[in-house]
Ligand binder design. Structure first.
Ligand SMILES: Cc1cc2nc3c(=O)[nH]c(=O)nc-3n(C[C@H](O)[C@H](O)[C@H](O)COP(=O)(O)O)c2cc1C
Length: 141
């Protein structure tokens, strides 16, 4: 079955912090594992950048559910493509909080005009490469 990748960026609503991230992760791991979705969710400076991989149907269904979640707003779709293989297959969903990871600042700077996490101003390719590089960092560690 064809595999798809979806990347979006969104703005966290004001009440969202670490406890909400933990609860999103618990829901995501449980649901994604059941339907074969893998991916990564990065969160920093009140922005989410998430990649989802899986069949077109489950990626679409999951994205539609995520879109109406009141914990974020102003979602913008960055990428929805057919892919040959998964890049984030190790995790049903891996959350990375950017503020707590100073070593990530160099990776942000590599793909942005400053070291502030601003996924809204990244191109599709930059956001994918940014997420891939974070994955490599965590796999290596
Ligand atoms: C930024 C963000 C990312 C999310 N990512 C996922 C996800 O990857 N998978 C998922 O099932 N739910 C995700 N959610 C949660 C969904 O919006 C929704 O609350 C959840 O799927 C409902 O699941 P439940 O009915 O099992 O509690 C995310 C929510 C937010 C705010």
């Amino acid at each position: 079955m064809a595999l798809y990748r979806l990347i979006y960026v969104s703005q966290a609503t004001s009440t969202v912090g670490y406890p909400e991230l933990v609860s999103i992760m618990a829901q995501s791991e449980r649901n994604n594992q059941k339907v074969g979705i893998t991916g990564m969710l990065s969160f920093g400076d009140s922005m989410f950048l998430q990649v989802l991989e899986g069949s077109r149907r489950v990626v679409s269904q999951t994205y539609n559910r995520i879109l109406v979640d009141p914990r974020h707003t102003n979602a913008e779709l960055i990428d929805f493509s057919e892919i040959e293989h998964r890049d984030f297959g190790l995790w049903s969903m891996k959350a990375i909080q950017i503020e707590s990871q100073p070593e990530l600042r160099n990776i942000i700077l590599k793909y942005s005009s400053s070291s502030t996490f601003s996924p809204i101003s990244m191109t599709g390719k930059q956001s994918l490469n940014f997420l891939r590089e974070i994955t490599n960092l965590y796999q290596a560690g």
